[in-house]
Ligand binder design. Structure first.
Ligand code: NBY
Length: 826
């Protein structure tokens, strides 16, 4: 598709013009960063036209709009993605080539906007891409953190965090929209007044502190359809600049405090993945962006509608996990206190506007705010939650008379805590899990009581990913090949067409081409590794990849223990046939997650020993890729032979990396967990390598107090040897204490947690066998190529386009928009 707005001559002129007006330079004189800015502003120019056209279309059509409320949007770089979705990537690349500018190098100048931790934040970004591509009206609502996810350095094998100052050179794609600022209030007390005139009680917040929320809008470009939605992220500013008068009036302290609150509130993203830390500042962040977003949505609705009761016809708030759940109470507050509605009317509206997505069953991730903290910070919101809870408990008692156990289990306020998930379920009309297995576990285990009381709310929406970023942009060679084989580009917006590739599964020529592309992508990754790690890896070896956040349940420890086992095998049986392997890891650990950091150190220690052992002839290499993030992920997925998805069954709600590997032709080596179950269903058990306990088995063991890893340790000499090597100095220059904690965690009960609570030793043998099968399968070149190709061919279900369409059909009920552009202008 050719986009006339990127006509080469005009585009070049625009870039020259931008370099001149922004920097008083010529293209030859400009730095790469300046060129990035100049090119981005030229691209933005074209986007703005479509953005305006889309907003005009919204005004005409008045469609129902989804507000995707999320603490995290892990967007990744915008320039390349915007060019792809504007269908202008090729033209612009050529135009720049002619100017002697390398688009790839320019793209590398853009900092990764990393306003998210991992899967949950990246899912939000994929959803925005699909919403725009499918032509639905949507806003992403979030926080403009000054510092996103930290940058990871590896020093002496240890993770070191450095701040991610992503805004330091300015963000060319954002628009500051001061005119839509909203005030957000914290703390103080609530004065209750009786208003004789209206016969109503009024709740007035006094002595509060407030901040001004200022929106920054970023365009979200749909693919080839001129549809541009908005990601609206909020910055904070003190409400009045520091004023001498307030000093005179004795408000000096307050003025300074408000200044500080504004500064700290959006300062940094909490780098915890699947872990609730209970920090007051985090709650402030939550209320800050939620209040501003809901105020803005209600105000926008009221500009063109006069009956607030009909809000649910036009507005839907989707809560990305419990993090934005104060939304339900904030909407109630606005309807009750500002719109003057009665409780029942307000509740009716709220429960039709709010829906909740659950992303985890991990107990340590559940948000439970201490009531003292919560009620002090959000006094009016807390009163409203008390009333929601009071009315809910009456319902529970009606349904289960005399059953006070139920009340305890289900109440929103219990044991001095506000249970955010309970609030979200009670006030939302929809509760969804993110993969079929996960939703079943929610219904029958974690949220059983709620499912029994309100089964109609529960539904599944299996996650998906956008092929625009993770195939078109990340793997252009394969993208072109797919287009050629299918004879159409339509897979870009209809991934189900990939099934047309199945007919090449027995075509030797096509299989060879497929593997040749994989090889080129492996060379590209090998270059990256050489440049960044100084390690030489052989692209002919099997690239076995595990990239994701570091978490015990994701079991990077199982992977590296198995590498240690292979190393022992090679050393003990030098004559043994062994297909060369490169084990590639990438993972950030939360700054305070000590054990996760120990695992990173262990991986790097094993890498040191193995990579420097000349006696194994380079059969085994281990690479830890520093600072795993969206931009290098695209290169990594394209180059993977094997996708490691080895979480303890039942723990990974869905996983989305698994889908990105599949799309790029890497078979899954994994447990029957999360969306792996559905991946295997699509691709067939022959084209995946499955091992380990099932989720039922895991849950059973957990219900009966765990298992006895010591039995395995004492009866399996290979396993014992590997575990002992954690404390015999093999990987720690003789230090027997460095990995003692990991050793203990595998063999001993500790405080509240059971020995080997993630079943690493229990699954070890079965994992090693599956790995052996991978090796055997890989030796059969054509057999492997077939498996790899079938993974790409069968990935159609896992596009976020499909996921979004399901949300629209079952939960959101949005109207499709067709943006009309004036063709003569082009
Ligand atoms: O959400 C992930 C799940 O682990 C993964 O299985 C799923 O595919 C993905 C998308 O549905 N969850 C996740 O990424 N969670 C977080 O990042 C997160 C971040 C912060 C907090 C909790 C969870 N927190 O409480 O601060």
């Amino acid at each position: 598709m050719y986009n006339p707005r990127f006509e080469k001559k005009a585009f070049k002129k625009e870039v020259e013009h931008n370099v001149k007006t922004l920097y008083r330079k010529t293209v030859d004189e400009a730095t790469p960063q300046q060129l990035f800015q100049a090119v981005s502003f030229a691209v933005k120019e074209a986007i703005i036209d479509d953005w305006i056209a889309t907003q005009n279309q919204f005004k005409k059509d008045d469609p129902k709009t989804v507000y995707y409320m999320s603490m995290e949007f892990l967007m990744g770089r915008a320039l390349g993605n915007n060019l792809i979705n504007m269908t202008a990537y090729r033209e612009v690349k050529e135009a720049l080539d002619e100017m002697g500018i390398d688009l790839n190098a320019i793209e590398d100048q853009e900092p990764d906007p990393a306003l998210g931790n991992g899967g949950l934040g990246r899912l939000a970004a994929c959803f925005l891409d699909s919403l725009a591509t499918l032509g639905y009206a949507a806003y992403g609502c979030g926080i403009r953190y000054r510092y996103g996810m930290f940058k990871q350095k590896i020093e002496n094998g240890y993770q070191v965090e450095t701040p991610d100052n992503w805004l330091k050179d300015g963000n060319p794609f954002e628009l500051r929209r001061e005119e839509y600022a909203k005030e957000v209030r914290f703390g103080g007390n609530i004065r209750v007044e009786y208003d004789d005139a209206t016969n109503r009680t009024k709740f007035v917040q006094e002595n509060y502190e407030s901040v001004l929320a200022i929106p920054y809008d970023m365009p979200i470009v749909g693919y080839g359809n001129h549809h541009v939605n908005t990601l609206r992220i909020w910055d904070a500013q003190a409400i009045t600049d520091f004023q001498l008068e307030s000093f005179d009036r004795g408000d000096y302290h307050k003025a300074v405090e408000q200044e500080n609150l504004a500064k700290t509130i959006v300062e940094v993203l909490y780098p915890n993945d699947n872990h609730y830390a209970g920090k007051e500042l985090r709650l402030k962040q939550q209320y800050f962006f939620v209040s501003a977003s809901i105020q803005a949505a209600v105000a926008k609705y009221k500009r063109t509608h006069d009956d607030i009761h009909k809000l649910p016809e036009k507005v839907l708030f989707q809560m990305n996990d419990t993090h934005p759940t104060v939304a339900v109470a904030e909407l109630m507050r606005i309807l009750l206190d500002e719109e003057g509605l009665g409780w029942n009317e307000a509740w009716d509206i709220t429960t039709k506007c709010c829906a909740y997505t659950n992303h985890t069953i991990m107990a340590e991730a559940l948000e439970k705010w201490p009531i003292d903290l919560f009620s002090k910070l959000l006094p009016r919101v807390y009163q409203i939650i008390q009333e929601i809870d009071r009315r809910f408990i009456i319902q529970v008692r009606e349904m289960y008379p005399g059953n006070e156990e139920k009340v305890k289990k289900m109440a929103i306020l219990y044991n001095g805590q506000v249970r955010m998930a309970h609030l979200a379920i009670v006030a939302g009309f929809s509760v969804n899990g993110v993969a079929r297995l996960h939703t079943e576990i929610l219904k029958h285990q974690e949220l059983k009581d709620f499912y029994e009381m309100m089964p109609e709310k529960f539904n599944n929406k299996t996650n998906g990913i956008t092929q625009r970023r993770f195939l078109m942009h990340g793997n252009p060679l394969l993208a072109d090949w797919v287009t050629e084989k299918l004879g159409t580009k339509d897979w870009i917006t209809d991934l189900s067409l990939m099934s047309g590739l199945k007919e090449y599964a027995d075509d030797s020529k096509a299989l060879a081409e497929f593997m040749d592309i994989k090889y080129k992508n492996k060379e590209r990754l090998a270059d990256y590794i050489l440049k960044h790690n100084g390690i030489e890896v052989d692209p002919r070896s099997i690239f076995d990849v595990q990239v994701k956040r570091l978490h015990e349940y994701k079991r990077q420890l199982l992977n590296i223990l198995h590498v240690m086992y292979l190393y022992n095998q090679i050393k003990e049986h030098p004559e043994m046939s062994f297909y060369p392997r490169t084990f590639i890891f990438g993972a950030k650990a939360s700054a305070g997650y000590i054990r996760a950091k120990e695992i990173i150190k262990l991986i790097n220690s094993v890498a040191d020993v193995v990579n420097n052992d000349r006696s194994i002839n380079g059969k085994l290499k281990v690479v830890f890729i520093e600072d795993y993030r969206v931009s290098n992920a695209e290169i990594i997925f394209a180059a993977a032979d094997v996708s490691e998805q080895i979480s303890t069954a039942s723990k990974e709600a869905s996983g989305t990396g698994n889908m990105k590997f599949m799309l790029n032709g890497a078979p899954t080596l994994g447990t029957m967990d999360g969306a792996n179950v559905e991946i295997v269903e699509e691709v067939g058990a022959d084209n995946a390598f499955i091992f380990g306990l099932s989720s039922e088995e895991v849950i059973n063991y957990e219900n009966y107090g765990g298992y006895h890893p010591q039995d395995i340790y004492h009866n399996d000499p290979d396993i014992k040897k590997v575990v002992d090597q954690l404390v015999d100095g093999t990987y720690s220059h003789g230090d027997t204490e460095m990995y003692r904690d990991l050793y203990n965690s595998l063999l001993m009960n500790q405080g509240g947690s059971k020995a080997d609570m993630y079943f690493i030793l229990k699954d070890f043998r079965s994992y090693a066998e599956a790995q052996k099968k991978v090796e055997e399968a890989y030796k059969d070149k054509e057999g492997w190529a077939r498996k790899a190709l079938l993974n790409t061919a069968c990935c159609g279900k896992f596009t976020s386009d499909r996921t979004i369409q399901e949300y629209v059909d079952d939960i959101w009920h949005l109207d499709k928009i067709q943006v009309e552009v004036d063709e003569t202008e082009e």
